[in-house]
Structure formats: C-alpha cells, structure tokens
Design a protein around this ligand. Sequence first.
Ligand SMILES: [Mn+2]
Length: 422
Amino acid sequence: MNASFYLQNRAELQARLETGAMYIVSSGEAPRRTNDEYYPFFADRNFVYLTGIEQSGADLMGFGISHTPSNNTKTPGDTLFIPPADLMWERWNGTRVKADEAKDISGIENIRHHADFDRMLDHYLNSGNYTAVYLPLFKYTADEPDNRSYKLAKYIQDRFPHIQIKDLMPHIKSLRLIKKPCEIEAMRKAEIITGKGITAMMKAAKPGITERELRAEFYYALMMNGAAEPAFPPIISAGTNNFCIHYHGHGGTAQDGEMILNDVGASVNNIMTDVSRGWPVNGIFNKKQRALYQAAYDTSEHLFSIIKPGMPMGDVDKIIREVCFEHLKDIGLCKTWQDIGTYMWHGGAHHVGFDVHDVVAINATTPLAPGMVFCVDVGIYVEEWGIGFRLEDNCLVTETGCENLSKNIPRCIDEIEAIMKK
Ligand SMILES: [Mn+2]
C-alpha cells in the first residue's frame, strides 16, 4: 500500500462527516500479559485503515471536509499524534515511528508529538467551531474496560457538554465494505502464502502426526515466505477436535482414518485471508469422507457459479444451507429441513479484509457489489461418523459475477489426494 490508499480512505471518511464535526481514531496499546511482559502490539484496524501506521499510543484527528470555521481560520488538516522518540525506551522495546516515516507512510503532513494532543483537543472544542466528535465506539462485551475512545468520550462529555459524541463505526464500516484494487492485490499475494502453508501441512500429514507438528509446518511455510505472523491464530485440528469450531488446543494426534481440518490465513499489508480445507490423515478419502467432502465441494462450486452483484448478502448463507441440505439428504443424513442444523453449525459467509471477520456495514438485504470480499464457508459436522471439516474460500464480487481468490489452494478431492501422495 502506498500513502495514496490512506489519503483516499481519509478523504472518503471526511466527506461523510457533517460541518463542524471532527473525529479521533486511536492505535491502542498492547495489553499486559503477566508481570512486566506485554502481548505483542496489534494496532487498531480502523487506525491502520486510515493511516497505515502500526505504532502504539498514537491518535489520528480528522475534520469534516466541508467545515469552514466561523472565525475564518484555516480548516485544520488531518493530524497525527505520535509518541516522541525515547532512546532509553527504544533500546529495550524497539524503535518508534519517526515523524518523517509517519508522513511517508500515511501521507499526513501534520505530525505532532503526543504531548500536544490534550491541549489541541481542548483548543478546538473551546473554539466554537465544532459541534460533534466522532469516535469508533465498539465493545464486544458491555463489561470490557473502557478503551481510549470511551475514555475520550467521557472526557469530552464531562468538560464540553455542548459537544455531541457520535459513533464513527457506521461510516468506517461502510468504507471498509468495498475493497480497493490495492487491497485485492494484497489479498492475492496473501492467498499464495496461505496456500504454501496449507499444502505444507497436507504434504506432512500422516497417521501419528501431532497437531503441533502440523502447526509447525504451517508457521514454517509462512515465515519462509515472508510472513511475520499468521493473520489470526490458526485453527488446526484432527479427528474429533474438528468438532470444536474455534479450536486452539493443538494437543491432539492425527490418527489413521481421521480427517485434519485447517482454518487459517496469512496477511499481506494487513489484508487477511481466511481459508479452510479438510483432508484425510492417510491421504485417501474413505467412502464417508469422500461423500461429505464432495457435498461441500459441490455446494461451494454452485455458490461460486451464481454469486454476482445485486444478490442479497443473506442469500449466500441461505443457498449454502439449501444446496448442502440436498446433498446431505442424498447421502441419507438429512430427512427433513430441520435436520440441517444437526450437521451445519455455523454461518457460511462473513466478510474478510483488515479483520478476518471484517468490520463492515452489511445485513441480509444488502445487495452484493463489486469489490466486496467474503468467505464462502461450507462446514459439515457429522458426529456419529466422527467426521467434521469445512471448506472455506475467499470470494471477490466482480462486475459480472465473482472470483474465487483461493481456488489455487488444493480444493477438490483429486487435487488433495495428488498433493498428499508421497
Ligand atoms: Mn475461517
């Protein structure tokens, strides 16, 4: 990504905000893990989307583009507040982004030390030129501690009651819904790395291999191909551990006759992929595994043949279930439509981008549009047979239909069996 991507994202966001509005997005801080040790820092996704900068303790302040201050002073441009250089701190913890680097990455001209933030915020809010501050207000659970956005909201409400606090999330979610060409390019590169990780696991698989060894194969392939980290904690499991949808135990051993499941992704330039495959530990699908995998594959292929602009988002998941139901009925597992919930445990379509479960403005009636990217995820779990897996690919909506971005990662039974042949 170059600075023009972030400049464009900020320009589009600013154009959505009314006169007299400003917004603040913070990069966040790494939480403490234990004693004096911190979790690796993972920058707030909205902050990265708008700046490209992955530096903790930074804030972006932006302003409604149509705003003309009443006292005719110049409309302030986007301002980035970064922590100052601190040689002792950096000796222990790594270098902080410098002003000129931050400018090159983000295209933001106005870079300030973070110590200026409070004073400048107070100055703007006292100026009479502003009526609203937009903050990204999101909590996954209501009782989680206040992050910087919530603390800023309280600070502003306490001291500047004439200023309205508004939620930035709806605006940023609608921007993040449609991917720009450079995001698609990054995703294509990430799919190649993801494919190397998945095929390495397929090649290494054999009866007796542990989930940890498979995990090591995945990490090794990613690191050897330039990835610093997987996009998200990989899910790699075997046998009945496949029945835990978000399994991170990695303590099991793959036995002959079982299936291995992976649900993994690499990222390039912060754009993630999310790909699942299921394959037999011993390299040859048995009769039941073959029937179920083929059902998932045919369902997925059907979806990729019909997805196109205009289709309501909710239809993707609905049609996955309907088509898979027909296959499971043919196999003899489903008798009535109500039985589908016994074998399909999760939704079949979530967007992917800066987040693996991407934060986008979408509902069941939203029409698909070019530039959207979501997973087509067919999960089948048959506990009575001890077989569970999912087949998950990344679908880009194009002008005329769609494209499977992860189609080159071994996908059909013949491809998987060929790659596993020793
Ligand atoms: Mn996934």
